[in-house]
Design a protein around this ligand. Structure first.
Ligand code: GYE
Length: 378
C-alpha cells in the first residue's frame, strides 16, 4: 500500500528517477538561473504553484509505482524463499507416548521454515504399512530428504530401494531396521536400547538382590521395535544370570498408558505377589500405577512393587522424584537438531557417521534432585 508517511519511499523514488534518467523538467525549470526573477510577481507565483504541483504529482505517481514494485518484489522474494526451502519428509511412528511427542516437537523445531526447511510429517499410528505408504508418497512428491523413525525392525528393503532408486537420501532415527543392504540408508541416529536394558538390570542386581527370589512382571513395548527388543534382551540376560529371578508375566502394553493400565489390571488379579514391575516406558508405568492405585497395591520406594521404567521424560522424572518409580533409565528424544546437522553435512558433500548413539544416564529415586527435574527439556 502507498503511504504518504514514507520519507524513504520519496527518497527512493527520486533516486530511481535519476537512475532511470527521467526528464525532471519541473526541477530544471526551477533551478534555471533567473527562473524566479524574470517574471512579475503574479506570474512568478503561478509558475511556482505549477512547479510545486508537478513535483508533487510526479512524486506521488512514482511512489505508487515504487510501492507496487516493492510489494511485487517482496512477494517474488518470498516465493523464491519458499522454492529454496529444503523439503524433508518425516515418517513418524505415532503419538503413543510423551517421549514420542517430545521427539516430534524436536523435529518440528529443528526443521522450521525459519531454518530453511519445509517439514512434512506423516503419523503412522504405529503401523508399518502406513510408513511404507508415507515413504512412497515422499518419493512421489520428490522431497529432498526422507527421515524414518521405524515402528518395527523387519521388512524395509523393498520400500528403501524405491527411495534409493529415486535418489533421495534416507536417514533413520530412533529405532533401527534390519536390512540385508546397509547402503539402503545414509545413516542412523538413536539410543542403545540394549545398553538401557543392561543399565536397568545392573541396578536391579545391586539394589534388589542378585541371589534372592524376585517375582517380576514384565511390561513390554511395541513388539518388534528396537526399543522393546533391546530392553527385553537386557532383562532376559539378567534372568539368565540370576537364578532367583522369575518373570511371572510378560506382556506387551504397546508403549501406551491405556494398554499399560489394561494389562496391569489383569496381572494384578492373577498375582498376589509381585516384587518388580519392569516396564519398558514411562507411559505404561503411569497406566500400571493407575491399576495399582485402583487395586490398592503399593509401589515405589516405600511400596510392595518396585518399578523400573524407561524414557525418564519430565513426567517420568517427576514420578521418580516422588518415589513412585524406583529407577528410571533415560532415553533421549531430542533428535531434531541431530538429524538437521546430518542433513547439513550431506548438503556440504560430507559423509556422516553410519551409526551414532546418543549418550544417556539413569535416575535412582533415592538420589534424584529437584534440579534434575527442573533441567529436563522434555
Ligand atoms: O521409549 C517409547 C516410545 O522408540 C525410544 O518409543 C522410542 C520408544 C520410547 O513410544 O516411549
Amino acid at each position: 500500500m502507498f503511504s504518504w508517511a514514507s520519507p524513504g519511499c520519496i527518497l527512493q523514488t527520486w533516486i530511481r528517477a535519476f537512475k532511470l534518467k527521467l526528464p525532471l523538467l519541473s526541477l530544471k525549470m526551477a533551478s534555471r538561473e533567473g527562473a524566479f526573477t524574470d517574471f512579475p510577481e503574479g506570474v512568478l507565483m503561478k509558475k511556482m504553484v505549477v512547479v510545486a504541483v508537478s513535483v508533487l504529482a510526479f512524486t506521488f505517481g512514482l511512489c505508487a509505482a515504487q510501492e507496487a514494485y516493492c510489494a511485487d518484489a517482496s512477494k517474488g522474494g518470498r516465493q523464491t524463499d519458499k522454492d529454496a526451502l529444503t523439503v524433508v519428509g518425516f515418517s513418524q511412528v505415532g503419538s503413543e507416548s510423551d517421549w514420542r511427542m517430545a521427539n516430534t516437537q524436536s523435529m518440528r523445531k529443528a526443521f522450521s521454515e525459519k531454518n530453511g526447511y519445509k517439514l512434512i510429517i506423516k503419523d503412522a499410528q504405529q503401523r508399518q504399512s502406513r510408513q511404507i505408504a508415507a515413504i512412497r508418497d515422499f518419493v512421489a512428491q520428490k522431497v529432498d530428504y526422507i527421515v524414518v523413525a521405524p515402528v518395527t525392525e523387519e521388512d524395509w528393503d523393498g520400500v528403501l530401494k524405491e527411495a534409493k532408486n529415486a535418489g533421495i537420501p534416507l536417514i533413520i532415527v530412533d529405532r533401527m531396521i534390519k536390512t540385508s543392504d546397509n547402503g539402503l540408508y545414509v545413516c542412523w541416529i538413536g539410543s542403545d536400547f540394549r545398553k538401557e536394558g543392561d543399565t536397568a538390570v545392573d541396578w536391579m542386581e545391586k539394589n534388589l538382590g542378585s541371589d534372592k527370589e524376585l517375582l517380576i512382571a514384565h511390561l513390554q513395548g511395541s513388539m518388534g521395535s528396537s526399543a522393546q527388543i533391546g530392553r527385553t534382551e537386557g532383562l532376559l540376560a539378567g534372568v539368565d544370570r540370576n537364578p532367583g529371578w522369575k518373570v511371572v508375566e510378560r506382556v506387551s502394553g504397546d508403549f501406551t498408558q491405556a494398554r499399560g493400565k489394561e494389562v496391569m489390571e489383569r496381572i494384578l488379579k492373577q498375582h498376589a505377589r509381585i516384587d518388580v514391575l519392569y516396564c519398558e516406558n514411562d507411559n505404561m508405568a503411569f497406566g500400571a500405577m493407575e491399576a495399582m492405585n485402583e487395586a490398592g497395591r503399593t509401589y515405589g520406594v516405600n511400596g510392595e512393587i518396585k518399578i523400573i521404567s524407561f524414557d525418564a521424560t519430565r513426567a517420568g522424572l517427576a514420578a521418580t522424584l516422588q518415589g513412585k518409580i524406583n529407577y528410571n533409565v533415560e532415553c533421549n528424544p531430542l533428535h531434531g537438531p541431530r538429524v538437521e546437522e546430518i542433513i547439513r553435512l550431506l548438503k556440504d558433500g560430507k559423509v556422516p557417521e553410519k551409526l551414532s548413539y546418543v549418550s544417556e544416564r539413569a535416575f535412582d529415586a533415592r538420589r534424584i534432585t529437584r534440579a534434575d527435574l527442573d533441567a529436563r527439556e522434555y
